[in-house]
Design a protein around this ligand. Sequence first.
Ligand SMILES: [Zn+2]
Length: 195
Amino acid sequence: MTRGILIVDVQNDFTEGGALGTEGGAAVAAAITEHLRTHEYALVAASRDWHDAANDNGGHFAAGEPDFVDTWPVHCVAGTPGADYHPALDALAIDVHIKKGQGKPAYSAFEGTSDDGEMLSEVLEEQGIDELDIVGIATDYCVKASALDAAVAGLRVRVLDGLTSAVSPETRAAALDELRDAGVEVVPRSPGTAA
Ligand SMILES: [Zn+2]
């Protein structure tokens, strides 16, 4: 088996102080960097939400009040500081950069493309990855959607819950149940890991 890791959307706008900050996001960024230093992966891929500035990205940006389910405050506009990786994430450790959400909602990293224009599934296949660990932000949205797509693609998937942060505790719990039902292994957080 050949194991890779997917780091989902560890971006400034999804961490404390960002447009759509999750509690614990900055700590998760640092903890992922530490995890990469102490674990061996055949491939390190990372996704970024990368929205257009000039439009509402297919209704993803709320016209009025966001409902925080289908519509959201403006976030992760391409090329802005909010769309950058969080500084605590070691971007030099990333082999493949995936961008998603240009002009449309895209919760799953499997909807994105690499700098070479390849889909994430193509990149994983080329590298012979058949096991994928998934970490990042947010547990209940983009981590969930990416893990479900990875399972559908036939990969053995683990979500390392201690290396994720969520929009809310309720939707996080529901997401973890949904992932387990889909055959994804959820590795529980251990005491002392990031919230
Ligand atoms: Zn988005």
